[in-house]
Design a protein around this ligand. Structure first.
Ligand code: CTP
Length: 405
């Protein structure tokens, strides 16, 4: 976080007193912190506390002409490398979800292109309320990172989910959101992950056992290596890795459309998704009734997302995955050549291996080389794979015409 400019928004919850310590934790990591308080926050803690800890006058008012003439609110929004709102009250989350600009902090969030993170803090029933749940969903869909909340004793005497994360943890999580100085810094990486669902009728679908864990681990590793990461994900039950932009899709067709929409400007494409190869040719508009002893579904081929990216004229560096139940390396190498990939990561899958578990075993193949990464936790393998991709990508770029970027 050395030299990073953090705009810390403090809103009106009792957890505001912990934000004073948060300023210290951020500054210990080398960040420059500008605190912005809402009117309600000032009912809990005085601006002087934050001024003393941050070394900067606290901004509180959109209509403060003296502060505005020193640094206007648009300038301040541009100044930030990241915005963290901690604590974020239910009211502030609602205003942010609506895109309101009715005070300085909400306006800054609207005007900033920097990543925004919020650390919700509220009573457990307010957190569980359908209105808050919907607001959080909207914010997540827009790429806002939601840090916490934690479960525990609450200031109101109740026990449950809604406590703000501790300052040390918030500082750590925010650190992970900021672009790192890794080998993929300045590179845009597009990743597909998870299964797809192919509709049979309005209540049934065909899918597979992919959990998305390997793809999410690759997204996290690419982000840690400094890349801007877009993750196109099928239906999974996983949190988005910090700093990663996620696009949710259901079917192979929707995954293809999302990849087509995101692929321009992409330097590296990594296809970890277990995309359905076939889908019902004639999905029924109504629920299919059990009127006969047998039911035959006619299936048709889906589009091959990976092969379509690899066939683009100005294509990125393309990495595929091969999930095989036999002749792993032989089949994977055949896929590498057939789909015209730059690299392929192969793993053996069975009832007990590969799909929906924490560990994996990867063998990485590229044109003239092979590296067995061995067995291990998916995140460890993902980090090794990303290092290999970064090296191989850098070499390929030095050979004109190999990759576009
Ligand atoms: N893939 C894809 N779109 C599809 C099918 C597969 O993008 N419709 C990608 C996967 O994400 C993976 C790679 O292709 O990176 C390998 O997929 P796989 O289905 O195993 O390969 P196929 O060439 O379809 O071979 P087969 O199914 O016969 O093993």
């Amino acid at each position: 976080m050395q030299g990073k400019r953090i705009l810390l928004g403090v809103t009106g919850g009792i957890a505001a007193y912990k934000s004073a310590e948060l300023v210290r934790r951020l500054r210990e990591r080398g960040a420059d912190v500008q605190v912005v308080m809402t009117a309600a926050a000032r009912e809990f803690v005085g601006p002087l506390t934050f001024q003393a800890l941050s070394g900067r006058p606290v901004r509180t008012d959109l209509w403060d002409s003296a502060a505005e003439s020193a640094m206007g609110h648009i300038e301040l929004a541009r100044w930030a490398d990241a915005v963290l709102v901690a604590p974020a009250t239910a009211d502030f989350l609602a205003r942010l979800a609506q895109g309101r600009a009715d005070d300085l902090l909400a306006t800054l969030c609207l005007a900033s292109a920097a990543p925004i993170a919020v650390a919700p803090a509220m009573n457990r029933l307010m957190w569980a309320n359908a209105a808050t749940v919907a607001n959080i969903e909207r914010l997540r869909a827009r790429g806002v990172q939601v840090l916490g909340p934690a479960e525990g004793a609450q200031a109101c005497g109740e026990f449950g989910e809604g406590r703000m994360l501790e300052p040390t943890e918030l500082a750590e999580q925010l650190d992970a959101l900021l672009p790192a100085a890794g080998p993929l810094r300045g590179r845009r990486v597009l990743i597909t992950a998870g299964p797809t669902r192919e509709r049979i009728d309005p209540v049934r679908f065909i899918s597979n056992r992919s959990s998305g864990k390997m793809g999410f681990a690759v997204a996290q590793a690419a982000r840690e290596a400094g890349a801007e990461v877009v993750l196109v994900s099928g239906p999974v039950a996983l949190p988005t890795p910090p700093g990663v932009r996620r696009v949710d899709v259901e079917s192979a067709e929707a995954m293809y459309a999302a990849v087509e929409a995101e692929v321009n400007g992409t330097d590296i494409f990594i296809s970890t998704a277990a995309v359905a190869d076939y889908r019902p040719a004639h999905p029924s508009g109504q629920k299919i009734k059990k009127t006969s002893e047998r039911l035959q579904l006619e299936m048709e081929r889906t589009v091959d997302v990976l092969a379509s990216v690899a066939a683009r004229p100005n294509r990125p560096f393309v990495v595929g995955f091969a999930a095989e139940t036999e002749s792993v390396e032989h089949n994977a190498r055949a896929k590498l050549l057939r789909k015209n990939l730059d690299m392929i990561a192969a793993n053996e899958v069975s009832h007990t291996k590969g799909f929906d578990c924490e560990d994996n075993h990867l063998i990485v193949l590229w044109r003239e080389a092979r590296r067995d990464l061995g067995a291990g936790p998916k995140i460890a393998l993902a980090r090794e794979l990303v290092q290999l991709i970064a090296t191989s990508y850098a070499e390929a770029r030095d050979v004109p015409g190999t990759v576009s970027a």
